[in-house]
Ligand binder design. Structure first.
Ligand code: GDL
Length: 493
């Protein structure tokens, strides 16, 4: 096997980097989308179907294109981890039926003036220095080009940073090997389609994976230096799911990557936790980051129907509006027609207040919606003492407010079961079921406290069957490591 010198692009310094100062360009909002920074194409905004688990259906993808267009965004990236030809069998061409479905999506995207991008993730078993693997990648790209696809994402996420022995001999580093491979792919597609673009997802795609030291990351510095400057680079922020993404952190990663990163937004992704779903607006990001990024592409909930507000609000953010409450209110109204009840001859939908409650219960990864957070705060206050003064006006008001929330959650649950759009119902059903059970449990406890039980009384009484007590293997394992409220293990203490 040859050395690195067999691969022309591995050590070549990126063309076009001299003559402009990243610092200057990164700080000028008006340059966004102007093409001033050659390293990033026009500002990208949209959705990536990029999660683990069951992929969306073809009709859902077509509908997503409408949502993206209506939200004022410009791109859809087809990249479900569930499509085995994206990852495990990346060398295999799509069969006739798969190719026909992709062609339909290409046309549907074109009709809506959207970029349609397809992902390939050769990362699990590629041998970067093996010419036949590069040929396999080019065959895949050729097939997609033949289908009219000119935008590609090469993903190297979620893999160990190790190489085959032959690659170790051929390349100075993992990052150099990946850059070589991606540059070759880029050159290939550009030769066939001058408008072709490539986005690259690095293996270190967030601050945490760079050991929270982005400037010190050899991997990211090499990607910055070796990857063709016209290839966009995905970045999820300081973490995989980032609570906030600061302008400063983006300036830093922009300097290292020598281009503005494209945010792969995992804020609404829920594939990592089967108990959660996020129907609230994008939060924790300020519009001051827009001039520092090449785009924002959100990878939302597995449950397609839950993504309406997330997609709308990501679109609003991408176009500069970050008033979370205002964006939320507009998105709720736009979503309401999907909540039509199934009763014959009716046009009634759930009310805006009901849909707001649904979103507030399942809001964002780091908090519930404002109303629900307020009620949780009330509940904490009611529970702060073992023997509260249950006759005080303030305790009774709080108790009433929580009874009110329980009733609204129950009513919401019942009304959701009558939705005409069954997928919308299924999207929330397990989560809403759990919320209703837990709320019922809490209020039963508060009712018990309000009755001023004798000191020796116990709650709950033994004869009740509690559905909300979780059982099974996972719970048994969790019980082996009991945690306190701050998540610290208390084994043996
Ligand atoms: C990841 C995966 C993504 C997954 C997400 C949330 C990236 C770049 N890759 O690590 O497929 O959906 O986290 O679990 O985010």
């Amino acid at each position: 096997m040859g050395t690195v010198h067999d691969f022309p692009n591995v050590t070549a310094s990126p063309p076009g980097l001299s003559g402009w100062s990243l610092e200057v360009l990164l700080d000028q909002p008006e340059r966004r989308g102007s093409g001033a920074v050659k390293a990033t194409p026009a500002f990208l905004s949209g959705v990536i179907e990029g999660f683990y688990g069951r992929a969306w259906t073809h009709p859902q993808r077509v509908e997503m294109l409408d949502w993206i267009a209506n939200a004022g965004m410009n791109s859809f990236v087809y990249g479900p981890k569930d499509d085995i030809k994206i990852r495990a069998r990346w060398r295999e061409l799509y069969n006739a039926a798969e190719a026909a479905a992709l062609r339909e999506l290409v046309e549907a995207a074109r009709a809506r003036k959207l970029n349609f991008m397809v992902a390939i993730a050769p990362c699990l078993d590629v041998v970067y220095s093996d010419a036949s693997d590069l040929e396999a990648l080019k065959r895949r790209l050729d097939q997609l080009l033949d289908l009219g696809i000119t935008h590609f994402a090469l993903l190297f996420d979620d893999i160990p940073p190790t190489m085959m022995p032959s690659d170790e001999r051929a390349f100075p580093s993992f990052a150099a090997a990946q850059s070589y491979f991606a540059n070759e792919a880029f050159r290939h597609v550009r030769a066939r389609a001058p408008q072709a673009t490539v986005l690259f997802c690095p293996t270190e795609y967030c601050g945490a994976f760079a050991g929270h030291d982005v400037p010190g990351s050899k991997y990211l510095n090499t990607i910055g230096a070796e990857l063709d400057p016209e290839i966009g680079v995905f970045w999820t922020g300081p973490d995989i799911v980032s609570k906030t993404i600061s302008a400063e952190s983006l300036r830093e990663v922009g300097r290292v990557l020598r281009r503005k990163p494209v945010i792969w937004e995992n804020f609404h992704a829920n594939d990592y936790d089967i108990r959660r779903i996020y129907a609230g607006p994008l939060g924790g990001r300020h519009a001051d980051i827009l001039p520092l990024i090449g785009g924002i592409i959100t990878n939302p909930n597995n449950e397609f129907e839950a993504n309406f507000v997330p997609v709308q609000s990501t679109g609003a953010f991408a176009s500069g509006s970050h008033d979370e409450a205002a964006v939320f209110a507009v998105a709720l109204k736009a979503w309401q027609p999907r909540f039509r009840l199934a009763f014959t001859g009716q046009t009634e939908t759930l009310t805006e207040e009901e849909i707001r409650l649904l979103c507030e219960l399942f809001y964002q990864p780091f908090r519930c919606g404002p109303q629900v957070e307020g009620l949780l705060q009330t509940a904490r206050r009611l529970m702060s003492e073992w023997r509260p003064d249950v006759r005080s006006e303030s305790w009774q008001q709080g108790h009433d407010a929580l009874v009110g929330l329980r009733d609204r959650v129950r009513e919401l649950f019942n009304r959701m079961t009558e939705l005409e759009n069954r997928d919308l119902f299924y999207a929330f059903h397990p989560y809403l079921w759990e919320a209703r059970e837990e709320m019922t449990h809490l209020v039963t406890y508060l009712d018990w406290l309000a009755g001023d039980p004798p000191d020796h009384a116990e709650f709950p009484d033994r004869d009740r069957i509690y559905n909300f007590y979780r059982l099974g293997f996972t719970v048994a394992v969790q019980e082996l490591l009991p945690r306190d409220a701050r998540g610290r293990y208390r084994h043996g203490r």
